[in-house]
Design a binder for this molecule. Sequence first.
Ligand code: NDP
Length: 483
Amino acid sequence: MTTILANHIDGLAVEPRDGIYLDDVDPATGAVHARVPASGPADVDQAVAAGRRAFPGWSATPASERSRILIRIADALETRLEDYVRAESIDSGKPVRLARALDIPRAVANLRFFATAILHTGSDLFETDDRALNYTLRRPRGVAGLISPWNLPLYLFTWKIAPAIATGNTVVAKPSELTPWTAAMLADLTAEQGLPPGVLNVVHGLGASAGAAIVDHPDVPAISFTGGTATGATIARTAGPAFKKLSLELGGKNATVVFADVDLDEVLPGIVRSAFENQGEICLCGSRLFVEAPLYERFVTTFAAAVERLRMGDPLDDATEQGALVSAAHRAKVESYVDLARDLGGEIVTGGRRPDGLPARVSEGFFVEPTVVTGLPVDCRVNMEEIFGPVVTITPFRAEEEAVAWANGTQYGLAASVWTNDLRRAHRVAGALDAGTVWINTWLLRDLRVPFGGMKQSGVGREGGDEALRFFTEPKTVSVALR
Ligand code: NDP
């Protein structure tokens, strides 16, 4: 049976005004499994109005009560973890084992983290000699517009709604229309768990209509967006002249720098994971591997063999490690880069094709084998443009400076990882890399308290910990004369 999703406005399930729906496709089978509202400006207006009505009450609700409600939502989500794991997998093509290990637990953690963070915040006080005291108040901004992508659907949705709501804002949020299901489920759950109507409003639909209407809305003073760099530029063009507060988490083309001193057996699983977790559809995946020359030949052989052992199959099978790409269109994009790599003279060491022998249930799904390419120039398009799929290149380097220069040689600056046993070099290289996050001998290990975001064209602003609490609140300085 096809599920019909609804917008969630003022605590209620609401049909789109125009009555138009989009197909929500299961990427593993190619079949439509749900229909999602194709909302437009009228739906966004309704949601923003609900957010405005709810704002005075919610922003005045004591932090302890906001915290209590968010923790209750986190607990309820955790109790129903398996329902959300299955829904996330069906909606996005990701393996259930990843949704179970990463996506849904992180969504629970996001809610809990910000629910408790607001209980421990302080404010600055500056004393101007004996003449004045200056202190800072922080107030929620109003109705926050939150737009999130399809790759980590509930993970990134909660990463935005949790700090926004915890700090007393109300929200109009749009998940990607490709993966709307868990956001719709969570909206219902928040109502059940006592979040007052109008605090969280979810409007589904296309970025160009529903998303653009949120960004453009005069009563939405803050926009937090995660998605592609080109979309971020479009949003900035609208939000900039209106002086909206803007947080943009955008694309990446991350480097993985491997020095010859590593114990290859020890680091290999981490490097494979950093390349292909979630089919490479994580903005933080390392897709450009730079390997120190003495290790290069052995690395390519060992890495390719490990990649070939990744189990690709039905995402609902607990054993599956590589699922389907999110859509037919995205698969076509990924395949176009494999073709480009071939045209540019690259060697496809492994992968590059649609897999054979998948179980019958998923034989029409949008699968591409994890693909490893060598022999490409560091400045070619395959190495410069974000593919956002299971395609990586490996390039040998001779000197540390060369690796750093190549790693920094793109328009992006989101993340990087460095693999070495030399402590001094690890810190030196981490300091030299132009990336918002650098991992040393690990990947995707992220404390929720640290600032997260991109340099260069990978974004504007930071999320995480205090950065998110600051983004969603307006500072106001009060200066008191002492004489
Ligand atoms: P998109 O930029 O295409 O879309 C992101 C969201 O924005 C979707 O909900 C989309 O809706 C919406 N949108 C599209 N156009 C507009 C518009 N004009 N106004 C408002 N909203 C709009 O990204 P993808 O969904 O394809 O996600 C992949 C991208 O996200 C990659 O580039 C990846 O690197 C980046 N990303 C960055 C992360 C980070 O933290 N830096 C984390 C995860 C992903 P619709 O789906 O209808 O287009």
